[in-house]
Each structure stands twice: as structure tokens, then as C-alpha cells.
Write a protein that binds this ligand. Structure first.
Ligand SMILES: [Zn+2]
Length: 130
């Protein structure tokens, strides 16, 4: 627990310089560093690395998460997701693709979106079967 109002020394995520952070979520020493990190994140090629788009269902008839992982071994990802989920997760399918393909699927199923990356199953799994 971080006591309120007490600054803490931490390293800037962007320039590694030490600064005294006032709030726990503060990761950059300055607005300049925050902007620089954002520019790098937003570079178009960041969305072009091939990875795996996975369809993970919560329980036998729960919603499906359409997610993307740069690592083709998604066992760790599933384990982490399972850790925060009391219902058993089932991997229903994977396709190779880039992050933009995943985002395109999110847009495609927008009408079936429940929360975040979770979608109504019937519509999405029909797509996988075809
Ligand atoms: Zn910095």
C-alpha cells in the first residue's frame, strides 16, 4: 500500500531517469516522455506483427473473448485469464493474424459485444464454424 501524499522514487518508463512520483500510477517523469511513449505505441507497424487471434469461451455456454497475442504460444495468456475467472475457459479456435485483424473482428461483432473483448457466443462461433 502506497501512503497518500508521500512521493516515491521511481524510474521513468521512457527515459529511465529517476523521479519522485506522487501517485502510484505515474510512470513518466514528464509530459514529454509520456508523449514520446505514446507516439511509439501508435506507430502503424506496431499493429502489423503477426500473432494469434484466439476465441476463448467462458464456460460451456458463456460469452467468447476475441483476443490477440503476439506470442503464438497462448497457453500462458489463457492461464492468466483463467486465473482471474472463476468459470472454466475453453479455447474454441485460433487464427493467425495481426492485431488489426483482431480489431476488425471486434468491429464486425460490435452488435454482439457484451463487455470489452467479450462477445455473445452464438454469433461469433457460427463464424468460426463456417
Ligand atoms: Zn522520462
Amino acid at each position: 500500500m502506497w501512503p497518500t501524499g508521500v512521493p516515491r522514487e521511481r524510474a521513468c518508463v521512457e527515459c529511465r531517469k529517476t523521479f519522485s512520483a506522487l501517485v502510484q500510477r505515474q510512470r513518466f517523469c514528464s509530459g514529454t516522455c509520456r508523449a514520446r511513449a505514446k507516439r511509439r505505441r501508435d506507430r502503424p507497424e506496431n499493429g502489423l506483427r503477426t500473432g494469434v487471434i484466439y476465441f476463448l469461451q467462458q464456460g460451456e455456454d458463456g460469452p467468447v473473448k476475441i483476443g490477440f497475442s503476439r506470442d503464438s504460444n497462448i497457453k500462458t495468456r489463457i492461464r492468466n485469464l483463467q486465473c482471474g475467472n472463476p468459470t472454466k475457459l475453453f479455447l474454441r479456435g485460433t487464427i493467425m493474424g495481426i492485431e488489426r485483424d483482431e480489431q476488425a473482428l471486434h468491429r464486425k461483432y460490435q452488435a454482439y459485444r457484451m463487455q470489452g473483448e467479450w462477445f455473445n457466443t452464438t454469433a461469433v462461433l457460427r463464424e468460426l464454424d463456417s
